[in-house]
Design a protein around this ligand. Structure first.
Ligand code: GUN
Ligand code: ZN
Length: 436
């Protein structure tokens, strides 16, 4: 058991429906077997547990581990390809690199870079877009397992339009998905995600095979892309006989409460209604949407339609792993939308980057905030003296103001510690899989 002593901020209640920031200046969190066994004013928790070792983290701020609901593992080395819209960026940046994942040793190095990127940025839970190669998905699962990260991922499937090495058939996809799911789904903190790349590169036959795997693997997730770019949306409509993009997935039973669609920058009202009815979540990826010029995310329309929204980095179209940066960019985007935007406070941003993500991934009872009964997945922001974040925090006028400064100024180098399930996996520049 360990008793953590810290300034803690989290969002146990949805601020879009009246929830407030919970900020405790001198909080005691007792962690036993990876779970939060008690929480309260430090002196109270201390009095009830006088013999437990205390870890004093009062310099800085402890937040829940960050949740990234859309991030591509094979794209870590192509982050920063600027100046292109989606389909050109795929052709010139992403897909050539994804072809290289066919070589398992190369994929292993990429998986190492990828997991390091997540850990260094304080991301402890992620829905990860995998690779078209089963061997590369295996090394991704292995890497996540070694670090104990909460990762949901799977084989990416496509049977048209992409470079030939990235294509498969429904039969082969069924077999490889079944094998991967049998090996990894439910092992430790890992789960399987059925992952057609996007309807543009998927025939009805491959979507049907995805639907079959989704039904057969109990508790599996589904993820893909939707309504990201206007040219893409039009091409999907043409390929599917005028069907809406959302309906191309819905037709095969792929939209449920265990489904997450990335982007949705250009939805129709009917599509939003379908997503709400199915309880399917949307991963909003603002740095990617800006970098590719995809458009301004209509958060207000999602909110009013009752569609659950969480955040994704969309590495490598997105410009890095930091969910703090994504939160800030989400705020900017809503500002730029003027009257059509949804004004966001720092409390909304924390919610979107933690609890909302946990709920989208069906983990709302396990992680997302630091309440009793949840796993201790946490990050410790510890800016060095003189660092802009340290200066900002030293001059904050309220907890909400301090949290605004975290999103405005916080970077990966301000993260002084990362814990998953009570295990510390990073401290400053030091990082280590927990089993070592
Ligand atoms: N649509 C299909 N594949 C991708 C991808 O890799 N990145 C993004 N942003 N959109 C996609
Ligand atoms: Zn993506």
């Amino acid at each position: 058991m360990t008793l953590f002593r810290a300034r803690v901020m989290d969002t146990p209640a949805d601020p879009f429906t009246g929830g407030e920031l919970r900020s405790d200046d001198d909080c005691g969190i007792l962690v036993q077997g990876g779970l939060i066994a008690a929480r309260g004013p430090f002196e109270t928790v201390r009095a009830a547990n006088p013999d437990e070792p205390v870890l004093d983290l009062r310099d800085g701020i402890v937040l829940p581990g960050l949740v990234d609901t859309h991030v591509h593992f094979p794209q870590v080395r192509v982050i920063g390809g600027l100046g292109m819209p989606l389909l050109d960026w795929l052709d010139q940046c992403a897909l050539p690199e994804e072809v290289r994942m066919g070589e398992v040793d190369y994929a292993r190095g990429v998986a190492r870079d990828f997991v390091t990127g997540l850990v260094d940025s304080g991301t402890t839970t992620a829905l990860v877009f995998g690779s078209h190669f089963a061997s590369a998905v295996d090394v991704m699962f292995e890497a996540a397992d070694r670090w104990g990260l909460r990762v949901t991922t799977g084989l990416v499937t496509s049977d048209r339009i992409l470079p030939e090495p990235l294509l498969t058939t429904p039969e082969r996809a069924l077999k490889e998905q079944a094998e991967l799911a049998a090996r990894w789904h439910g092992k430790g903190r890992l789960r399987y995600a059925v992952t057609p790349r996007f309807s543009l590169s998927a025939s009805e036959a491959i979507l049907e095979s995805c639907g079959q795997t989704f039904t057969e693997v109990d508790g599996a997730f589904f993820t893909s892309h939707v309504n990201e770019n206007l040219r893409e949306v039009q091409e999907v409509r043409d390929l599917f006989g005028g069907s809406s993009y959302v309906d191309t997935y819905d037709k095969f039973g792929l939209l449920t409460e265990r489904s997450v669609l990335a982007h949705d920058v250009h939805p129709t009202d009917a599509e939003l209604a379908t997503l709400a009815t199915r309880h399917t979540s949307v991963a909003h990826c603002p740095t990617s949407n800006s970098a590719l010029g995809s458009g301004l995310f209509p958060l207000r329309r999602h909110h009013e339609a009752g569609v659950h929204v969480a955040m994704g980095s969309d590495v490598g179209a997105g410009t890095g792993f930091s969910m703090l940066k994504e939160g800030l960019q989400a705020y900017f985007m809503q500002r730029l939308l003027g009257d059509e935007g949804l004004p966001l406070t720092s409390t909304h941003l924390l919610w979107l980057c933690t609890s909302a993500g946990a709920q989208a991934l069906g983990l709302g009872d396990e992680v997302g905030d630091l309440s009793v009964g949840k796993a201790f997945d946490a990050i410790w922001l510890l800016p060095e003296a003189g660092d802009p974040l340290a200066v900002g925090l030293g001059n904050a006028k309220s907890p909400e103001d301090a949290l605004s400064k975290v999103f405005a100024l916080g970077t990966s180098s301000d993260i002084g510690g990362v814990w998953v399930g009570g295990d510390q996996i990073a401290a400053g520049r030091w990082r280590m899989p927990p089993s070592h």
